[in-house]
Write a protein that binds this ligand. Sequence first.
Ligand code: SF4
Length: 298
Amino acid sequence: MEIELASHSGFCFGVRRAMKLAFQAAKKTRLTSAAASEGGVYSLGPLIHNPQAVDELGQRGVKVIENLNQVEGGRLIIRSHGASPSVLAGARKRGLEVVDATCPLVKKVQDLAKILRDEGYTVVIVGERDHYEVKSLLSFAGKGAVVVESPDEARELEAGKRIGVLSQTTQSMENFKMVVGELALRAEEIKIFNTICEATRKRQQSTLNLARQVDLMLVLGGYESANTRRLAQVSEQTGTETHHIETAQEINLHWLKGKEKVGITAGASTPDWVIEEVMRKIKTQPLFQPSFNLSSMA
Ligand code: SF4
């Protein structure tokens, strides 16, 4: 049995940067902990959508809070997904030092949303309405801005004169294309920015390429991670057996039965150590030994 890792997988630069800033903030807080008035280091919601990485951050002192009322003083790390201006203002008002880990690419989309709003376009964001990045984008896009998740939703949208379209950075290219196609039929004027980020595109493309060459795909990443779920969809659409898992412990050895080549891909918030553990588990299990009898797994 062969095993191959997708050419682009795991932490993207935005997530790597957010983790680094969080580790630095935690270290700074530990070093100054003598001054109790400094408070702790917090993230509003999990810093990234990966429970294993969030645990690691927790061990270093980064606490997850659900709202700003829970804290007074300390440092607040803004996630790579970004936050609304009112969250930033609220944090500063409560005496928190803001460590802005918003991905620069998400910031760019926030700026585009403002530009479209100021130019009088009705901003349409193609993405998941409950996702933090989309919520933060909406706060920059002005009144009347809407979120569209699918071509069906786009068909239900009232016709508009001037529509400005943006995408969540981790959207699938396929969905974006279909939604834009529908919107184009409903607008007198349409301005489109394809803001799907390069890291997302590369992960989707390399997942697609690999899924076409193997007979089993394992997609690694948090269940809450939008970009990981998208990789699983991309892989499933090829017809190749696909399993989305968070850790090596979830691998069911029966999946490997009779398979010649296993492909592995991982979302942009999946740490390297999770990928390595999965590779190790597969490589060290008995199916890699030529003498292994499959009936022993029954
Ligand atoms: S997926 Fe793209 S936009 Fe999102 S954090 Fe990573 S690099 Fe930034």
